[in-house]
Ligand binder design. Structure first.
Ligand code: FAD
Ligand code: NAP
Length: 334
């Protein structure tokens, strides 16, 4: 296990923001974890650093999760349950599933980060969420050291939400995540431009999970800013869900506003709201709003987390004033 004092976290977050950790522990096994658990305090956990905004130095210990391992724990005629160690890279898990012809996570191809962070916000894309394939996870309490299995229900998954972002915030280290993957999966191509992309690639029905994954990768690579080129953490805000009445009031002034039905109310793309407040492409110094994707805040080089946080406050305020909707941040603020 590598241990570093006064370590720079810049290489470990996709915004490429500079902040220091008092001590950085690079965990490569559960043994490493058990070794550091009694001696560390004030712990923060980092996976791929693709959903955090570092606004200041961390006065405490940061655990960098690099714990690997993939194990099939149950196999039936129609599904397998696979336990992934939490430091596995999410897209490597998708690739593993595709190589074994197990379906369910192909629409979630190319999401950055680790599998241990995936339950935190119930990652989702192209009509599929982690909760659709989630079976259980194992976690360890950072103070009591108690090990606990969380069922689907105990995780309280919601839209980009889970119990780990609320009641149990920063209380557990997620050690492994077990997914139930299908041998004969239902292919989902009804969302966004997947169908168009499959046709453009020359594929015909019935589509395979590998073809769906390829289409998703193509779309994502063409639309989203690559953090290797411009620092970002994907969507900075969640898409708000508002009441039908509220939506109709906005629609009277803006008949072109896009919307999607939600379980209660109407989901409105935050990117549309932000763009209509004039923020798309905004740049001040080295921080701003991406020119092609208004939901993505960016660090062009030497920005700091506080400036990006303040920009997010200004955006929230202007959307609130113009549309009466209070945007919620999706990114975790440190
Ligand atoms: P980190 O940023 O390292 O951590 C995020 C939070 O989880 C932190 O609070 C951290 O303390 C906590 N955490 C991490 N690991 C553990 C653990 N083992 N135990 C307990 N707590 C832990 N998200 C989507 O949902 N859908 C998308 O389509 C999507 N696309 C993206 C595209 C881009 C270009 C980028 C940069 C981000 C995107 N994201 C997306 C956001 C992000 O990739 C996901 O939220 C991802 O799951 C974060 O994983 P991570 O390992 O990088 O988490
Ligand atoms: P898009 O396809 O241009 O759609 C814009 C927004 O409209 C999305 O945020 C999506 O909401 C919603 N939407 C589109 N079609 C929908 C449908 N059929 N039913 C319900 N909602 C629909 O979005 P995009 O920016 O290119 O992203 C594509 C997918 O990748 C989305 O699912 C998005 O969430 C995901 N993504 C997430 C992040 C992140 O950091 N969280 C970053 C990039 C992409 P949803 O977001 O609820 O799906």
């Amino acid at each position: 296990m590598r241990i570093q004092e006064q370590a720079s976290l810049q290489p470990f977050n996709t915004f490429h923001l500079e902040a220091k950790a008092s001590t950085l522990y690079e965990l490569e096994s559960i043994d490493d974890l058990l070794q550091v658990l009694p001696t560390t305090s004030n712990i923060r956990i980092l996976g791929g650093g693709s959903n955090v905004l570092l606004t200041h130095d961390v006065q405490g210990d940061v655990w960098l999760n690099r714990i690997k391992g993939i194990e099939v724990v149950e196999e039936q005629d129609d599904y397998v349950r696979v336990k992934f160690a939490s430091g596995e890279v999410w897209h490597d898990c998708v690739r593993w599933a595709l190589d074994h012809n197990y379906g369910g996570i192909e629409n979630l191809s190319l999401i950055p980060g680790t599998i241990g962070a995936a339950p935190m916000q119930n990652i989702g894309a192209y009509g599929v969420e982690l909760k659709d394939v989630f079976y259980c996870l194992e976690a360890i309490h950072l103070v009591t050291k108690e090990r606990r299995i969380f069922s689907h229900e105990a995780c309280a998954f919601g839209y980009r939400e889970s119990v780990f972002k609320h009641d149990l915030k920063q209380q557990y280290f997620i050690c492994s995540v077990t997914l139930e993957l299908k041998k004969n999966p239902i292919i989902r191509t009804d969302y966004g431009s997947i169908q168009e992309e499959l046709q453009r690639l020359g594929y015909q029905k019935p589509y395979s999970i590998q073809q769906v994954s390829e289409a998703v990768i193509q779309i994502r690579s063409s639309k989203l800013p690559d953090p290797n080129d411009i620092g970002n953490a994907g969507s900075f805000f969640k898409n708000p869900v508002i009441t039908q009445d509220h939506f109709q009031t906005i629609q009277q002034q803006h008949p072109e506003i896009p919307s999607y039905p939600a379980s209660v109310g109407v989901k409105v793309p935050a990117a549309w709201l932000i763009e209509h407040c004039g923020w798309k492409g905004f740049r001040e110094g080295d921080y701003g709003v991406h020119a092609k994707q208004a939901l993505v805040l960016v660090n062009y080089g030497q920005s700091n987390g506080l400036d990006i946080f303040k920009l997010s406050e200004r955006i929230i305020l202007s959307v609130k004033e113009r549309f009466g909707i209070e945007l919620q941040r999706e990114v975790n603020i440190w």
